[in-house]
Design a protein around this ligand. Structure first.
Ligand SMILES: [Zn+2]
Length: 275
């Protein structure tokens, strides 16, 4: 958690980015991605300093510590897939989930806090690259705005694929953090599952699969963090210029304008969907 004074002055509204990881204990890459986010945010990088001045990051890096300790692949100590219990977590059966959800609801009910982003980090056993799952909203503008962050991330991270990013409302996913909080939070909040491949990525325009390393996972995390600067520049929270311009990959992401077009909608995902 990084909270600096500029965000905490009396009466100021806090813009909060809430990040969770490792709800599925076998998905070790999610911890490296989360580590990359944390390392960047606490660093002296000029972008990190600006982010700390404007935003509050709340990070729960391991939602399922018992499962990790036991070496479980997907479940908690008591055999629950915690990412199916966001709707009604029990303090006895799902204590970590219950605690994090309580914190999020307290922030949601605080008029001085605007919870703008929730990102839950996972790893995927069959898909390549990094990509996201998002939600489907009836409000077309909200739906389009939701696509902005993953499109910006695609510009910053060569291993992140916008074309693999999809938006769904499958009934089976109703208990996930991304789905539940997407239905709870207000219409200026965006909730995503960030997935990263267990094994490799293909850079756009090439055909060679590059094996992921621990460092590559952490680099994706760093790129996630710095993408918030691009997002808030677009939304005029942060003035520009204020830091060295990051390298971008606009051409391979196939978009150059703010408003998203061609958002991929998948109503029913098959066996490969695993958040
Ligand atoms: Zn998962």
């Amino acid at each position: 958690m990084v909270e600096l004074q500029a965000n905490l002055r009396p009466g100021a509204e806090q813009k909060v980015v809430f990040i969770t990881a490792r709800v599925h204990p076998g998905e070790t890459p999610s911890s490296f991605v989360c580590q990359g986010i944390i390392d960047f945010l606490v660093s002296q990088h000029p972008i990190a300093k600006v982010l700390r001045d404007h935003l509050v990051f709340k990070i729960a890096p391991m939602l399922n510590p018992d499962g990790v300790y036991l070496g479980n692949y997907r479940c908690s100590l008591m055999g629950f897939d915690l990412n199916r219990h966001w709707a009604n977590p029990s303090p006895w059966a799902h204590p970590t989930l219950h605690g994090v959800k309580q914190l999020i609801i307290e922030m949601y009910n605080n008029p001085k806090i605007n919870l703008e982003f929730y990102i839950d980090i996972h790893a995927h056993s069959t898909m390549m690259n990094g990509f996201m799952y998002g939600n489907i909203f009836e409000d077309e503008e909200r739906f389009q705005r939701q696509a902005v962050l993953p499109k910006l991330l695609c510009q910053n991270a060569e291993d992140f694929s916008y074309s693999s990013t999809s938006f769904n409302r499958d009934a089976v996913k109703a208990g996930t953090g991304r789905r539940f909080l997407g239905g709870l939070l207000n219409d200026t909040s965006y909730c995503y599952t960030l997935e990263v491949s267990f094994y490799s990525y293909i850079v756009a325009g090439t055909t060679t699969a590059v094996p992921y390393t621990e460092e590559a996972y952490m680099k994706l995390g760093r790129n996630v963090a710095r993408t918030f600067l691009d997002y808030y520049r677009l939304n005029s929270l942060v003035e520009r210029p204020l830091a060295p311009t990051p390298k971008t990959r606009a051409a391979s992401c196939m978009f150059l304008v703010f408003w998203a077009t061609g958002v991929q909608i998948i109503e029913t995902l098959g066996a490969y969907s695993s958040d």
